[in-house]
Design a protein. Sequence first.
Lengths: 356, 362, 516
Amino acid sequence: MKEWLVADDLETIALGAPILGTGGGGDPYLGKLMARAAMSRSGRVPMISLRDIPDESLVIASAMMGAPTVFVEKVPSGGEPVVAFRALERFLGRKADATYSIEAGGLNSTIPIGTAARIGIPLVDADGMGRAFPEIQMVSPSIYGYPATPMALADEKGNVLLIRDSLNNRWTERFARNATIDMGGSSMIALYPLEGWQAKRALLPGSISLARRIGHRIRLAWNEKTDPIEAVLQATRGRELFRGKISDLERRSETGFARGIVRLRGTGAFDSQDLSIHFQNENILAELDGRRVAAVPDLISILDSETGAPITTEGLRFGLRVVVITIPSHPKWRTKKGLELVGPECFGYDSDVPAT
Amino acid sequence: MKDLLYGDFLDIALGGTILGTGGGGSYGAARSIADRVLKRRHVRLLDPKDLHAGSQVVSTAAMGSPEVMLKRPLTTETKLALDALESVSGRQFKHVIPIETSGYNILACLTSCVGRDISVIDADGAGRSIPRLGQTLFHAYGIPFSPFALADHKGRTIAVSTGDFPLSDRIALNALEYYGWLAGLACFPMTGRQVRDACVPGTISLARQVGAAVREAIQSAADPLLTVLQVTGGMELIRGKVIGIQTETDGSYTFGTLRVRGTGSDSGSAVSIKSMNENMIAWKDGKLAAVAPDRICYIRPDGGPVTNADVSQGDSIHVFVIEAQQPWKSDVALGLFSETLSAMGYNGSYVAAVRRQVGAHN
Amino acid sequence: MPFKIGIDVGGTNTDSVVLNSANRLMAKAKSPTTHDVSTGIENSLRLVLERFGKDRRTIRHCMLGTTHCINAILERKGLDRVAIIRIGTPASDAIPPLTDWPEDLARAVKFRCFLVPGGNEFDGRPIAELDRKRLQGIAKQIDGKVRTVAITSVFSPVRPEHEIEAGRIIRNGVHHRISISLSHDVATIGLLERENATILNSSLGSVSRHAVQALRTATRRLGLNCTLYLGQNDGTLMDVASALRHPILTVASGPTNSIRGAASIAGVQDSVVIDIGGTSTDIGLLKGGFPLESARPAMVGGVRTNFRMPDLLSLALGGGSRVRPGDRVAIGPDSVGYRLTHEALVFGGTSFTTTDVAVAMGRCKLGDPRRVSSLPRPMVAAADRLIQTMVEDGIERILTSPKPLPVVLVGGGSILLGNRLNGVTRVIRPANYEVANAIGVATAEIGADVDTIMTYSTTPRAEALRKVRQQAVERAVMSGANPRRTRIANVEEIPITYLPGNAVRVRVKACGMLAT
């Protein structure tokens, strides 16, 4: 099925994507503005369902990599994703038929829309995570052994780095992240080139339209003064995990990641209960009165109890009234390979993942 | 066109290390390339005069930390870097050229010819060994370093396209960590004309000749140092004993000060040499004796090679100086060392150390 | 013994006070805010001076918190056209200046936008060499056509050199008078937000000059000969010269003044301040004498900026809020507002309001208590409990640590609350709370902020903090602080994710007493 993304879709996608961002993923605001600027020149962007892409087509993911602090200050020139794309296409000897999002939870939901508009190719309604994760190998194509390489990184000055071959996606992540710092702290990347049949096998379908649906329902709830939390739960397959007030916040910064634990004191039905959420940029696991009740790969999102707005790990503060929701991850993440990539052990915790 | 064979590789390992101005990779690591990778191979050597102006040439080398270069023998790294650069840039190279004169890096360059219809040019980008990519004559004379490629023996390859040399330098250096501190490098893709204008010619032959001469001197119990001086046109600086070594390592650079006290006819003299991996400046008896790009080289009394990385307190050592070659004698080329020398306390200009001796050649 | 005057322009009234140097209240006055703002200021001043009675020459300082600037932005009136220069190409041109501005505001401020090569990376290296020729060309193009320029360079809070040099080139390249705003003086990291703030700053040139002129005229006309200061968004002051350079920093001094003023009268540095009006309640938190700042981007006139505005919690609860009895009693959000004195039950009206509940509960004596004596007791108690709970919940939400604090209660609607509230140590109802804003601005100190990124692996932490502290002190002194009486009020270090070398966001606030 093909439909057209218009400017208003950017608003709803940018509103809903951070819910999938589980506390991380970056602020979609700039990505939205970039996509809007690109769309105002090119017109609407076609979006196609994952199952409709031809088996022999070539799809390449488009994303931003690096420090959000750099991204909001050294705003891109707009051509970088195209430069990265072209470098990959040149090396592969063929043009991409479509682009897709590597991470629908956050900023990287909007970046590929801008790329699609600039290049004039469709966006696939799918992504590689179904949420946000901190590292490049933590995507569903990795489960099937598909390499992130060849991968191109580009900056605003026309510098291009192509990682042609790599041992594994973890090495690619470490190398690319380091190279991104050399290039100024922020780069636009083209990676995980997949043939249509591989994409259909490996990607998570419907992620962009899900982000849009969530955003749309929240906005509707605001306008009609109905419960935005209920709206989010209906739009996802989530459930309310906890409701309460932030009673303690412990934050550390290690090797450039924001790590910590946030503790909540329950209210209403959760009165006299305590929930702790461990985070590393994204929310990793939740413990209710000491018992683990949710963990990666499942999504754990903290929402403002009044507005339903998602709260990032930077935005956490003592005293906030919040609702914690959990949304089951895509089943692919629950496989053995999936858990090897993104299970709690990858973040330093034991492997127990509670049933959804 | 001449064919280089195993015996030549051994001579190049020895002669190249001696001409490596105290650095450039250890003799042991160079020998290991000759023995493991090149033993039953031959490599065609092309005189730069026979190079067509439009031919595609690229410089290949290995880069890494001295410890890992010694512990982990070079195998396919340089070859794979060349492959990567060709496949990403779409260019097919007919010739390769070493980036510097050293036993290790001349032989590393030769490994990229193995199994390919590629010849190596009898020249290199410095005529000596240099610590930084930006100190080659290729760079001094405006040849772009990029596109370049890096690879390791596991096949992890990257290619970089940028006009920003400091960015290239940073990426290449920082990439070493992810390559376990040893990687093959293919860089400075150029045409035959560019090579002729920027290289130091005849350096592979010279390394071979120096190695052969030392080998023969040892066999005939002649003085290895005098033999080398005859072949290179260099000048003795001191024969003595190492009485002091100070080093400080900062990433992949080792800054050293070596002090030698003269023995025999040189008793009463002392020489002090400062290095940044390679030797940069020498004083004798308090006066400036030699400064880069002039080559301050070592040889053991028995003809064995020695570098700053493997010299020890109390070692007997001969130090000699060879004047820098003609391509170095321009302001832009001489300027490549000013920052390094300034950090070593020398802010003056280049002063040639020796006059060319009659009958000898560079 | 010198005196000082504080004036604060509110939505309804313009308050003024005269304080002595020990901050004791000598006289107060309220006068309706006028549309042109200046007249209301003069009226209020005149009134308070009459009440003061003493020799006006003993009044040394006059501090003003005004709405001239925010009104100009909200109404899109009186704004200057700005030549907008952004330095940072080849980066940043995906989102040109004025993107995402409300159209009418963009039209009001735009002269032309220029994009110039230059700017810096996060570690200070240049993105490109500053294109001096282009800047010289721009100077020629704008000379005589526009009076104000806003210059924003990528990462200028870390490396301001390109901005400073660009400013110099423009100034040297024009023959007519021109005023130049450099973004690193105005706001912090976040290119669009900082640029937006700088453009707004530039556009307020005429308005701010007019406001200062009005104040000068009024003070002179009334026989005053005092130094003038303007209140900043964070509750500190700047001298007039600084306020004319950075008027955008004065747009939101109102809410801050009220919080600080309330606490100042109450004599507490750490407290919750609750201002209950006719329709709504504003709750703010004061820590170390400064209001808690909101983490969200501050929207000014519909434009995204990164000013740290006071974090105010607003509740739809006021003295005039309607009460709905029923199975579960409900309050508001609708309110009779200023019609309270006609419509509330106790005043003979027919609307059941929270004021009626307060009177029925015996919390205060207003109107005719007999008119509410027949209301069912349980329902009144339930409504009263709900009022207390709404406020207690709000207090809990704004606290940043479990430690309970005192609460300072101001505003006409404060009669709704009892003297015992959950989660507070005590309830303070200060005298003169109705002029808390004016007291707030009068008791403020000069303040300045520096917010930048330091890389501790390049500059060791101790030296980095020393540098930033020094910068903050210098800025404060430039705004009119006494260098010998200036201190560091706050230091914040926030590690930055995904960057190496221990990159840290460092924020330092310096405060000092007035130099005169």
